[in-house]
Write a protein that binds this ligand. Structure first.
Ligand code: HAM
Length: 425
């Protein structure tokens, strides 16, 4: 038997009826981001493996378990991008944006790859729409607020329902180091009650304990971590972020246990969940990562700031209410009544298309009923029928699929005739 192929595990084909919804989500999100002053950037889907290792942290799940590396002869080669942030910082520095403008606001959309165990809302190839702001002049808490507001607004504009926002602050780099030893001290007191993996994480990177998905560990963490110890400056910074969010009417809760699974974050971090997603309910997340720019080779004399977020498109589509998206149809569907009229039908269809009218034709020779039902499936506004009668009188029958009204149009002026109809509709 000939082998049948299937899409790789954890990936999905996006079929035409779904891609209409993808298009709506991507177009609305992009227009929202552009209207807030963000410009699109596109980077390769693979990069040097070392870029991701340096950015995301050696102890993160993504680096430890999920990086999809490409086979090469080199000892350390390339990997498919698991997220967009590292690539965009690389691109920012490589293209010297820091020499050109004080603040750069980028957005991006595209596939990301993580070798995860697939389940609902968790794929190996998934898509993100994200934003990164990087600059030599962007260490303001108001920018943290802008980013969170923008993430929420984009999700609202694409009709995601039941949004809920959690925020936290990890403080400055110094605070983070202090928090790390404080957490180790606190959690060690109940070390034995954590799962084996968390016990290992306690030594290697205590922040990863807080990401543990196991219910027992989460309960313990909630009972121990009620508030992270921040310096006065970091606490004040976080207060301004909160005040700015409130002034924009954004509702949020403070989650001291939220540290996010990637190493690059400092100060503000956030996660947004949506309804109907089951256990994988984070529809977007982000935070500030000022230090990453230096980590990836930024000028040591420059004080960079950086912050961003990414939204998961598959999860957006699972949770959004927008099944009412209008399916784009064609304008005219040309039906030749017999096989020998196909040549003429082909020419008419070609003329309509050359005239920028969305047209298609029937290549089959089924009954008129089946041809009309095909036109209906294509959401055609008009069908153009060519039979012997029409050929004799040098005309073509134009049927309005909504009203059922029929009229004859001159065959050699059909493009102009259909254009006029489009104008009057
Ligand atoms: P992340 O939390 O790893 O952050 O991913 C952001 C969003 O991508 C998640 O909230 C989720 O909606 C979606 N996502 C992640 N993994 C999967 C998966 N396996 N299947 C389906 N959807 C998934 C980042 O990626 C950071 N780069 C965000 C960021 C940008 N921080 C600063 N700038």
């Amino acid at each position: 038997m000939t082998k049948k192929f299937a899409a790789p595990r954890g990936t999905a084909d996006i079929l035409p009826e779904e891609s209409e919804h993808w298009y709506t989500v991507e177009a609305s999100a992009k227009s929202c981001l552009a209207s807030h002053g963000y410009r699109e950037i596109r980077t390769p889907i693979y990069e040097e493996t070392a870029l991701f290792k340096r950015s995301l942290g050696q102890t993160s799940d993504i680096i430890n378990k999920q990086l999809l590396e490409l086979k090469t002869d080199k000892e350390e080669g390339y990997a498919l991008r698991p997220e967009g942030t590292a690539s965009i910082v690389r691109c920012y520095l490589e293209n010297s944006f820091d020499k050109k403008e004080p603040i750069s606001k980028f957005y991006y959309a595209g596939p990301m790859f993580r070798g995860e165990r697939p389940q609902k809302g968790r794929l190996r190839q998934f898509h993100q729409i994200g934003v990164e702001v990087i600059g030599t002049n962007c260490k303001s808490p108001y920018l943290d607020a802008e980013i969170i507001i923008l993430a929420m607004r984009t999700l609202e504009r694409v009709d995601v329902e039941g949004l809920s926002l959690r925020i936290n602050s990890l403080g400055s780099h110094d605070d983070k180091a202090h928090i790390s030893s404080w957490l180790r001290e606190q959690l060690s007191k109940q070390n034995q009650e954590f799962c084996q993996e968390c016990q290992d994480r306690l030594d290697r990177n205590v922040f990863r304990v807080l990401d543990c998905k196991k219910e027992g560990c989460q309960k313990l963490i909630k009972s121990i971590v009620k508030q992270l110890p921040l310096s006065k400056e970091s606490e004040e910074y976080f207060q301004i972020v909160q005040k700015a969010l409130r002034s924009s009417g954004v509702v949020f809760t403070i989650a001291p246990q939220l540290v996010r699974g990637l190493d690059y974050y400092i100060h503000t971090v956030f996660e947004i969940t949506a309804q109907g997603l089951g256990s994988q309910d984070a529809v977007g997340a982000g935070g500030r990562y000022d230090g990453l720019v230096h980590e990836l080779g930024g000028d040591p004399k420059v004080d960079y700031g950086a912050i961003g977020f990414a939204l998961g498109v598959e999860r957006i589509l699972l949770s959004r209410s927008g099944q009412q998206d209008g399916i784009a149809g064609i304008y005219a569907f040309v039906i030749p009544m017999t096989a020998d009229i196909q040549e003429l039908a082909f020419k008419v269809t070609d003329q309509l298309r050359k005239g920028y009218l969305a047209a298609d034709m029937s290549y089959g020779t089924g009954s008129m009923k089946s041809q009309l039902s095909r036109a209906n499936k294509l959401n055609a506004k008009f069908v153009l029928i060519l039979g012997e009668e029409e050929i004799k009188s040098n005309t073509i029958t134009v049927k309005d699929m909504k009203t059922g009204a029929q009229e004859r149009a001159p065959l050699n002026e059909i493009v102009g005739f259909m254009r006029l109809k489009q104008g009057s509709n």
